[in-house]
Design a protein around this ligand. Structure first.
Ligand SMILES: *Cc1c(COP(=O)(O)O)cnc(C)c1O
Length: 382
């Protein structure tokens, strides 16, 4: 089977994990801070807070921005459910902003219209969560300008995007957002098995997220609210969680960071090869903005004959090619239909969903395999 995504584990990665197993700390040791520093340095953000998943990162990012009951959070319907669930974890209300028809990313025009409507109806969101689908950056300049105009906070869900850039700056630098979240699930760009991180330039947000990931507890003397009782003393200030990343995960992630640029250039090479191989077929490739470099998490195409998708999907799977579809619109999930969402709420997202197909793309894919996939597609698209 040619997998749609796959981790790339080197001997150095394995050695890094074994070293931790033989060290004094399996958790709460030096590797997590080292991984956080590598990420914040790479992205050009002041702070990084590592956690056990991007889902956890989205949750504590919302909490740090004071998302709670009666608040609204808006995200994209074309995403993994975690981008929306995080608002519900906080007891807030979720709503969606429709997507651009060609990129599947949050549409700045739809956002502008929805914000104007919400301002009139006194239901502006506290936070919006644009998602960089495929690792292709949203138009963050436009989104951030609108967020500033309406005093709305921004969390970038860059789960697909580490290593990519927008307008000359790395995703995660938070130039256009309050917090950016990355995922290190094995299908993503780099992996820590499970894991995620939140970057920010705001020390208060970083401190709050660092506490929330570990029970709402602090051991930092300067943060104490009571007199320090001694070296054993810690204080709980908030109701937090155990969302900590282990040392094993951090060591793997840290080792993977050394190959991040290599991964991005390989993924872009393969995407380029797909562009050549697919030219002339009845498909539109989902491409990044011209002022950005995509991390190329997903190689997504839009079929010009959506009615044939089911058959094409089945034929390629039958040919041992693990094509995929990212994503079934979140608002149409049974859980979300129960919340009151309905078919037709976000027509562009629903149309986009009907057309899309994800082709295999990962660092160990070969040019030959790209050609094989493209040929199989060509054979079944007619
Ligand atoms: C993978 C993913 C997540 C969740 O990441 P985990 O690390 O698995 O929790 C969230 N949002 C998007 C867009 C994702 O692709």
């Amino acid at each position: 089977m040619i997998l749609y995504g796959k981790q790339d584990i080197s001997n150095a990665d394995i050695d890094a994990v074994v070293d931790v197993l033989q060290s004094d700390f399996l958790t709460q040791g030096p590797k997590v801070p080292a991984f956080e520093k590598a990420i914040s340095d790479y992205c050009g953000a002041s702070f990084a807070v590592a956690v056990n998943s991007a889902t956890s990162a989205l949750h504590i990012a919302c909490l740090a921005l004071n998302v709670g009951a009666n608040d609204w959070v808006w995200t994209s319907p074309i995403t993994f459910v975690a981008s929306a669930n995080c608002a519900l974890y906080c007891g807030a209300n979720i709503d969606f902003v429709d997507v651009e028809p060609t990129s599947g990313n949050m549409c700045p025009k739809a956002l502008a219209a929805k914000l104007a409507w919400a301002a009139e109806n006194a239901c502006l969101p506290k936070v919006i969560i644009p998602v960089h689908l495929c690792g292709h950056s949203c138009d963050m300049k436009a989104i951030s300008a609108l967020a500033k105009q309406y005093d709305v906070k921004v969390i970038e869900d860059a789960s697909h995007g580490i290593g990519g850039s927008f307008d000359g700056n790395k995703l995660g630098c938070c130039q256009y957002s309050d917090i950016t979240v990355f995922s290190f699930h094995p299908v993503k760009i780099i992996t820590s098995a499970e894991g995620g991180v939140a970057t920010t330039n705001d020390s208060q947000l970083a401190q709050s997220m660092a506490m929330l990931r570990s029970h709402g507890i602090t051991k930092t003397p300067q943060q104490m609210l009571r007199p320090n009782e001694g070296d054993w003393y810690y204080e709980q200030h908030q109701l937090g969680f155990n969302y900590r990343m282990t040392e094993l995960q951090a060591a793997l992630g840290l080792s993977q960071m050394t190959r991040l640029d290599e991964f991005i250039s390989r993924r872009n090479q393969l995407a380029q090869h797909y562009a050549t191989q697919l030219s002339g077929l009845a498909v539109n490739i989902v491409e990044p903005l011209s002022n950005s470099v995509s991390a190329r998490h997903l190689q997504m195409i839009r079929l010009q004959t959506p009615s044939k998708r089911k058959a094409i999907f089945a034929a390629l799977r039958n040919a041992e090619i693990q094509v995929h579809v990212h994503y079934f619109p979140v608002h149409l999930q049974p859980y979300y239909l129960n919340l009151g969402f309905a078919v037709g709420d976000y027509p562009q997202a629903e149309r986009f969903y009907e057309q899309i197909l994800t082709l295999p793309l990962h660092t160990q894919l070969t040019e030959q395999q790209v050609e094989l996939v493209s040929l199989a597609l060509a054979e079944h698209i007619v």
